[in-house]
Design a protein around this ligand. Sequence first.
Ligand code: SAM
Length: 335
Amino acid sequence: MSLLDTLGRPVRDLRISVTDRCNFRCTYCMPKEIFNREYEFLARDLLLTFEEITRIAAIFAGLGVSKVRLTGGEPLLRRDLETLVAELAGIDGIDDVTLTTNGTLLPRKAAALAAAGLDRVTVSLDSMDDEVFMAMNDVGVPVAKVLDGIEAAAAAGLSPIKINMVVKRGVNDCAAVDMARHFKGSGHILRFIEFMDVGHTNGWQMEHVVPSRELAKRIDKVFPIEPTQPNYIGEVAERWRYKDGSGEIGFISSVTKAFCRDCTRTRLSAEGSVYTCLFATRGTDLRSLLRSGASDEQISDVIANIWRTRSDNYSEVRTAETAKLRKVEMSYIGG
Ligand code: SAM
């Protein structure tokens, strides 16, 4: 019998954060004022080893998970990540292993990741304009560096590549049409993400959110688009296609059109805590359990119990007040 939470949702996707460190300091995710020299990132011995991650993923697979996404922080900062990819791809029941990355290390890594069994990548890119992009990543990385990464991923066959653009009003929303123009016809799928109140350090305010419906209108004026069918229930992005047949784009509207009802995702932090919501304030520690010699069956029971009692639907009940909660940071929990 399949494992369901209190709202009848099955567990299908596991997002695994392999590090809380990143080589970017995106102002909406890891603002420099907080994530600076004084910030205490996780010590190495606190991170799950690849063997521990693989063991937990296999237990999740036994409970219904079939998709795994590696994320972070910047997952490609974790050394020999392809070794983990190969282990995850070999788990019975896991049929999709993907990665979300800022793309800068893909030229070095894409071929090895593909050879290890990685299916696809999602690359984050917030503007085609160097000035805007550098101001957002806050470490001076130019657009070309990310485009090189996208090219390397395509050459390695990690397609279809999704490009994630977080849209913040007054910062990069004017870049949306340019992004559409650049990726239209490329085979890559551009997805616009509404700026979210993840964590508690990014200064989120509703005024900063550009609703997807507004963006869709702006794109449609220049490049006519129409909605199309989801690939599967629970898909986070609403799919649209260009009427001229030159590809598709997506809108992820966590703020203005919550999709909690169909959420089948769970998250494992780099230090081995499980979270059932991106906006959670607390998780459940599995690392102690692993390191105290618990059996797979015992760990599976704990996870099943977490899922069975899950009732979160944060985005459906979001208010200016909930936005101020001390939620875990996205760089820690994994995007
Ligand atoms: N470093 C990797 C990357 O850049 O893709 C993976 C981790 S990052 C936290 C995952 C995704 O979350 C990225 O696409 C990023 O743009 C997005 N993200 C981070 N903070 C966000 C926010 N406040 N609202 C919406 N998306 C956000």
